[in-house]
Every structure is written in C-alpha cells, then in structure tokens.
Write a protein that binds this ligand. Sequence first.
Ligand SMILES: Cc1cc2nc3c(=O)[nH]c(=O)nc-3n(C[C@H](O)[C@H](O)[C@H](O)COP(=O)(O)OP(=O)(O)OC[C@H]3O[C@@H](n4cnc5c(N)ncnc54)[C@H](O)[C@@H]3O)c2cc1C
Length: 424
Amino acid sequence: MRDESCEVLVIGAGPAGCATALFLARQGRDVLVVDRATFPRDKICGDGLAPRTVAMLRRMGLEDRIRAAGYRPALDYRIVSSWRDAVRAGMPSFGKGASYAYVVPRRELDLLILQATRAAGARVGEGVRALHLADGPASGEAPRVVVRGSDGLTSTIRARVVVAADGSRGSFSRTVMPAKRLEPYAVAIRAYMHGVAGLDGALGFFLDRELLPGYGWVFPSGREGQPANVGLGIRVSALRRRPENLRELLDWFLGPASSAWPHLRAASFASPPATFPLQLDFPRGRRREGSTLFAGDVANLIDPLSGEGIAYALESGHAAAQAIDRGLRTGLVRDLATYDAAVWRGLSLEFLGAYLVRQLLVRPWGNGVVVRLLRRDEGLARGGMGVLSNSVPVTWLMRPVVLRRALSPHLLARVTRVARPARG
Ligand SMILES: Cc1cc2nc3c(=O)[nH]c(=O)nc-3n(C[C@H](O)[C@H](O)[C@H](O)COP(=O)(O)OP(=O)(O)OC[C@H]3O[C@@H](n4cnc5c(N)ncnc54)[C@H](O)[C@@H]3O)c2cc1C
C-alpha cells in the first residue's frame, strides 16, 4: 500500500464501521474503511437480528437483500426459566420498524453490509490492519494511522477524523485507549449445529440454574438447510470462580441435564465451537479520544441483558456519521463531542434498566417468577419479549398498568406456587 488520505478513516468493517461509512458516503463524504480480514469472514456471534437491528438494516436498505438471500423472519422468542417453565410470545415492533427477528450468519450478513457500504460510495481496503496512530493518541486534528497491507508493507493514512470500530478484539483501539477499558466483561461460545429439532422458528433462551449468571441460546437456522446457532455466554468473573471452563459448560448445555436437551438430543457439530469476548460494561466504555471516535463493541455498546450488540453497532455508526458530517461542516473537534453526548443520552438509561433487569433474571427465583408471570398474561409476555429483544424500553416495566398487572395478588399467588411442567 502507498500513503493515502481521506476525510474519514474507519477502522473495522463490521456493522459499526460499515454503518458509519455508509451513512457518511451517502452524505457525499470521502470515506475509507479498512479491515484486517478479507470478506466474507466469520464473526463469532449468535447471528440473531432483533427487531431493533432489523429496523436499522431496513434504514440501510438491507432487509430486502436479506429476504432475497432466502432468509425468513422469526416471529417469536421463547424463554425457559431455571424452574424449567417455558414461555413463548411474539415481539412487539421497534418504533415503525419490524416486529420480528432474523437469524443470519455473520459471514453473510457482514458481507451484505459491506457490499452496501461500497455501493454507497465508500472506499474499502480489505486485508489492511491498522497498527497505531503515527503521532500518538494526542495528535489532535488530521491524525495519521499506520497500517499494514496484505503485502506486509506498512504505510500511513491521513484523515481528518478516525473512527475505530474494530470490535471486542480490536487491536488498533488497544493502542489508543487504556487497556483496562477493553478488558472483556463477559465471554461467549458458539457452535453451528445440524439436527436441532422442535424450535418451530422461535429464538430460544435457556436460563438453566447451572448457567447463571449467564444463559444458553438455541437459534433456529434462518434459511432452509442451514445449521442452527447454539451457544452460551457468561460473565468472566463468574466463569473464573467455576470449576468448568467455557467449553465444559457448553458440553453440559448440550447434554441430557440441560433444558435445551429436547432440541439438541440428535444434534451434531457443523463447525467446532469458538469463543469471543463481549464488552458489555457500558460505563467503562470510551466513545472519543481527540479526533478518534469509537463505535460498536469497542465502545462497550452491548445490551447488558441480552448481550446483543449489532443494533447498537449500527446505531452508534449512524450517530458517529451524523456528528462527523456536522463536525466537518463546522468546527470539527468540538462538534465531535456531540457523538459522545448522543450515545450517552440514547443508551445510558436504557442500559441501566437492562442491567437492573439482569440482576433479577440471574437469580433462579427471579427468572422463575418472571417466566411464570409472562405465562399467565399474554400482554405481559409480549412486553417482556420486547424488553428482551430491545424493541420495548425497559421503562415499560415501570408503567403503573404493567406493575398493577404483574403485582396483582391473585397473579402473584398463582405464579409462586410449586413448579409445574414446562409449557410453551
Ligand atoms: C458469541 C457471541 C454471540 C453474540 N450474539 C449476538 C446476537 O445474536 N445478536 C446481536 O445483536 N449481537 C450478538 N453479539 C454481539 C455482536 O457480535 C457484536 O455486538 C457486533 O459484532 C459488534 O459489531 P462491531 O462492528 O462493533 O464489531 P465486529 O463485528 O467485531 O467488527 C470489528 C471488525 O474490525 C476488524 N478489525 C479488528 N482489529 C482491526 C485492526 N487493527 N485493523 C483493521 N481491522 C480490524 C475485524 O476484522 C472486524 O471485521 C454476540 C457476541 C458474541 C461474542
């Protein structure tokens, strides 16, 4: 590679980086996106696209392509509690967006997003690893980034703004922000599996006591003939205290003692299980350092309840693009601070609420009671699935009508009775 320049350099062509680049390119900005991988590439993920994610993909003009590629919507979520009760319900829509999810392997999804980004006018450099800022983190405006191309040669890219969207394992961001901010908070393991049965198109979440404070998932294949996505995630500190490692925990989840066993008894690996860290400690995240912005996972923008992050990667990319476009038209660095503020305003309350709900659900009695409440009341069930799928704000739980229904003595007395066999 030879030295280059652009208005905006985006590091990482995952959902966060591509959304940033796509929206900037649509504004007519000169954007260059670099990724150390060449696409299509895998990203270890549950591949679940919740309604909120679908709403953003639609805005980017991608839902039609997902459908054209043969993917069909999943209409329901299903939760099995630590008491082995099950509840199944549809998802309310996210704003004017979707009331359904998709399951699309990231190998395909990220390629579709990258193609759309290119088509919008962004330049893309695949197989290009960003190493570090040439002049250190305090370089101010017009930063230069040292990169290494697929030919092994290094060069520099000068930009007016840099967006680091290099994900939980991003190697560039680690050279810019204190390492402590990027210590993984949780870790997850995923396997693609053939022969998974009985999901009836619903995305399944399994809160077995043995997996808490994490959970397991079994997501059906989103397209005929594809394997299902099976995995589990757990807080790193909790895993360290356990005798098993993550792979052993997955083996337990795939075994006969787990509540997912009815779906998995005939299942076999389509690919070996693989692990990846999750950055879901929002307050610890960094969103800006001089004229470098951070978007997506590397800015700790993952839902603390569900562990989903694609929606927030896309949304933060969009917010970064807006702040940058405004900044380039006006006074740059001062205006970039609006990105920080937009992310904080948009997500802090929501993530705090999700964190509090998580404190309830990581307790066997907590998720046991919640699932029984949801089983008894269809309206509550849909709202609950909305909270889990990020299409209903957590503050919905605080509405008097919801509290009245959930806390009615009659309902509570029924749900706290001894465990019943699973239904739903
Ligand atoms: C096991 C697991 C299951 C999950 N399940 C779900 C789910 O079902 N639904 C959901 O919404 N979210 C899920 N998530 C979270 C989701 O995967 C992330 O939130 C999402 O990928 C974040 O997108 P991103 O663009 O920030 O980062 P990434 O998707 O990680 O993209 C970062 C990109 O940066 C590139 N890169 C890294 N370093 C450099 C460098 N130095 N130079 C150039 N390029 C670089 C990488 O190659 C990569 O392409 C899951 C996460 C895990 C770990």
